[in-house]
Design a protein around this ligand. Sequence first.
Ligand code: UDP
Length: 406
Amino acid sequence: MHLDDYIPVVGASVVEDLRLIANKLKGCRVVNVNSTPVGGGVAEILSRMIPLLKELGLEARWDVIRGGDRFFGITKKIHNGLHGTAVEISAEDEAVYWETQELNAKTLDLKADMIFIHDPQPAGLIRWKPAIGGRWMWRCHVDVSAPDRGVWGFLEPVVEQYDAAVFSAPSFSQQLGIRQGLIAPSIDPLSDKNKDLPQEFIDSTLDQFQISRDRPIVTQISRFDRLKDPAGVMEAYRLVKPYIDCQLVLAGGSASDDPEGAGVLAELRERAKGDGDIHILELPPTSHLEINALQRASTVILQKSIREGFGLTVSEGLWKAKPVIAGAVGGIPLQITHKYSGLLTHSVEGTAYWLKQVLQSPEFAKRLGENGREHVRDNFLLTRHLMDYLLLFLSLDRAKEDIVYL
Ligand code: UDP
């Protein structure tokens, strides 16, 4: 995929601006570090962002920290704690966290001008900043507005050592003594996950999963994670089912940094027993085209999260001009204006209520989807995200200059 391919979607001036800014950053070495090569939103964005940064003349790289099950168990606790769940991080947990950071600091090549660390899992690498040099940014993809005190007490002094922290939305951030940037994530309209698909492919995907084309399809695409509330989705579907004969698709996989997925999946399978219209699909991480097809085949997309980072699946659904019903948490309200570009809910009953409304009013559903698509075009496509990153790099690279002349 090349930058020029985006012109038909976003217009030529957007791409021209990107080239203009990137000219000031030619050869700039940027290394990204996160904790999983596939699965989840961060991996999704990095896989699209890196090639475009390279095309723009930056030396962009992406590395993944390695750790054992114990480490990822601890970082999942930290993740849940940042989202506000009460968790306990023991002294032993802290020791394992730091041992893993040290191991990675020794094995990863972090020598670069910009070191861009994503989320808490590799955040501790900052300890090696004095030896490695460069400008360090911590990119926080989760909502840390009301974290567990103990977890934030552990992470805050780590984050404060960075040159800057970047959050997805103003409401996600914390008071910090370092520079803060606000950059919303994005989806790539040209990726396999989001590009237009021929109807035959969509139909054959439904056939492959034995989903009927003749009845409404209600879909949630998510990792099998309690905070995405797949059980609540099933309850909402069950409230609607006696009135409208619809099908439910819960499709997702697991990420290598999320040890809880298998348990959640097993519970869901148990709950779904006896209802052939509930399709629980465990998808391999490479299923981008299948997810795209499932989203496009859906009558309604749900994202009934209880806590959420930004919620890329919402952007993905809206971009496909689908009515999206989603929990009013994390970054979701940035994407959905209630009753205009989607529907925001706070409970199983609320989700069921709007699901019924949307299934019964195709015109209303269509309007929500169309408004949602335009909102995503204006705000949440990869080109806007790329521009924000370039400006951030430039501001750190030229920290001493008041004005950068283009
Ligand atoms: N996704 C995927 N396969 C799955 C589940 C999710 O490719 O089995 C993708 C999904 O389409 C979206 C991203 O992973 O692009 C999830 O991002 P989101 O911000 O919704 O949630 P996160 O998993 O980062 O909490």
